[in-house]
Ligand binder design. Structure first.
Ligand code: ATP
Ligand code: MG
Length: 459
């Protein structure tokens, strides 16, 4: 990592911000050598402080389609308020059709993304903290792709690939697992919470993300204590906060520790506000990508990230399927759930299309997880195998090996509560903390083993 051994905020003027911070530190730290960038560039009416381009696509020899391989940096005097310069940067980005722009006055560094004519602030940090965020900045503006393109033969659209690094610094397997079916009540939330518990008991560090406005996972993991509404900050610190802008501070603020299971599991909670805010987020257009970029700040702290979804085809379900590496589809295998499978398949195809645009492989479908299926022996022996075969043949989706049967205990552990003289306080538990030797606990343990094997998560 290139270090920053001075405070760029002490630069005396704009030239020093350019010379000491951008040229001496920022561009080398981002991996750009001097032949890849140009200073004080006039393009039409735009006067850019820095125009960074790959050597392959020299802007002065290429047509404007290649501007997608570039970004601009605007430097300002340390006393300048950056807010006053956003419209100028936006103008450069839209006129030149450049996707990213950096704005800095030596004190603050901000990144804006040109999305359909709007300059969206996708990242900001204090300049002295830039070294800490340099790899994040690189991945946000696809630096590795810019550099790769400069060394390789041209190809139409640069492909984005993100490696996952484990907490120990090794390259690890992908590990974000979404649990989705557009049919309600098939056991998605029950699977997410108890699978999280099972994996954490196997020594895995787990983050659960609740992307459903019903907030059932948030409730089932014990984060909602109705008697303590005043002390509850979920209203202000929930998943919405990380769908609007990229900020390492924000994602740290929304992660909560949950005690519904031993060992504890981290949760990003949901809130009913998701419902009313969905339209605004859809209009802002890049909530999925901002959310995905925010996850990059913290994902190497976890072995598995489990995402619960709403029974819907909405923005939040879409976000989960765009972000996830793997998908589990819980289903009770009853006709209503089966009739929803063509919708699930179409939705996967549509979210895979979005993934293709951002250079991600299609989501890896682990299969349909039989969940909430009756456990009486006649059904299990004579009916269930035929149902599984038919669903697999008709819808072309594999059936997972584990089966989560319908058992009262799974509803009871979520409904667990404590009574005081004046109140009833929810105290939901994982099935492992509630009844560790129950058949349901064993089923979730098998599911965790299956997931670890299929996702290459090791012992
Ligand atoms: N295997 C099971 N055995 C018995 N009850 C179950 C089982 N799985 C889930 N339930 C119960 O069924 C209800 C719906 O389950 P859950 O909330 O997990 O479904 P969901 O798919 O997440 O629903 P939604 O689509 O509304 O989010 C809950 O009351 C839950 O306790
Ligand atoms: Mg649910």
């Amino acid at each position: 990592m290139v270090s920053l051994d001075f405070d760029p905020g002490l630069c005396r003027n704009e030239s020093e911000v350019e010379g000491k911070f951008i040229i001496s530190y920022l561009l080398p730290a981002l991996g750009f050598s001097p032949h890849t960038w140009y200073q004080q560039v006039a393009l039409g009416k735009s006067r850019l402080d820095f125009f960074i381009f790959t050597a392959k696509y020299n802007p002065f020899m290429s047509d404007r389609k290649c501007f997608q391989f570039s970004f601009v940096i605007e430097a300002k005097h340390p006393k300048e308020n950056l807010n006053r310069h956003i419209s100028q940067l936006k103008n450069y980005l839209t006129v030149l059709n450049v996707r990213y722009g950096i704005l800095t006055n030596g004190k603050e560094l901000r990144i804006y993304e040109n999305t359909e004519g709007k300059a969206i602030n996708i990242f900001e940090c204090k300049c002295p903290e830039t070294p800490k965020h340099i790899s994040q900045i690189k991945s946000l503006i696809n630096i590795s792709e810019l550099i790769k393109v400069s060394r390789k033969p041209a190809r139409a659209v640069p492909k984005l690939r993100h490696k996952n690094f484990s907490r120990k610094g090794r390259i690890s397997m992908n590990k974000k697992i979404a649990v989705y079916h557009n049919k309600g009540g098939v056991g998605k939330t029950t699977v997410v919470t108890n699978l999280a518990a099972a994996l954490s008991r196997k020594g895995k560090k787990i983050l659960v993300i609740d992307l459903d406005s019903q907030a059932n996972t948030t409730f089932a993991t014990g984060l909602i204590k109705f008697s303590e509404e005043k002390g509850d900050d979920i209203k202000d610190n929930n998943i919405l906060k990380i769908m609007r802008r990229v900020s390492s501070a924000h994602i740290q603020e929304v992660i909560k520790k949950s005690q519904f299971n031993t060992p504890e599991v981290d949760i990003i909670p949901s809130h009913i506000q998701l419902l009313e805010k969905e339209y605004e987020l859809v209009m802002e257009r890049n909530a999925e990508l901002l959310f995905s970029d925010n996850l990059k700040f913290i994902e190497d702290q976890y072995d598995v990230i489990l995402i619960d979804t709403p029974p819907s085809l909405n923005l939040y379900a879409r976000t989960a399927l765009v972000v996830a590496d793997y998908l589990i589809i819980p289903s009770d295998l009853k006709p209503f759930a089966n009739q929803g499978l063509p919708n699930v398949k179409k939705f996967i195809e549509s979210t895979n299309e979005t993934r293709r645009h951002i250079g991600k492989e299609p989501v890896n479908v682990l299969g349909i997880l039989p969940s909430k299926v009756p456990n009486y022996s006649k059904f299990v022996i004579h009916t269930l195998p035929g149902r599984m075969e038919r669903v697999k043949a008709e819808y072309g989706i594999d059936i997972m090996d584990t089966c989560i049967f319908q058992r009262e205990i799974l509803a009871q552990c979520t409904d667990n509560h404590e009574r005081t003289d004046t109140d009833i306080i929810p105290n939901p538990k994982s099935v492992f903390d509630f009844k560790p030797n129950s058949p349901s606990a064993k089923e979730f343990e098998s599911l965790a083993d299956e997931i670890m094997k299929k996702c290459g998560l090791g012992e």
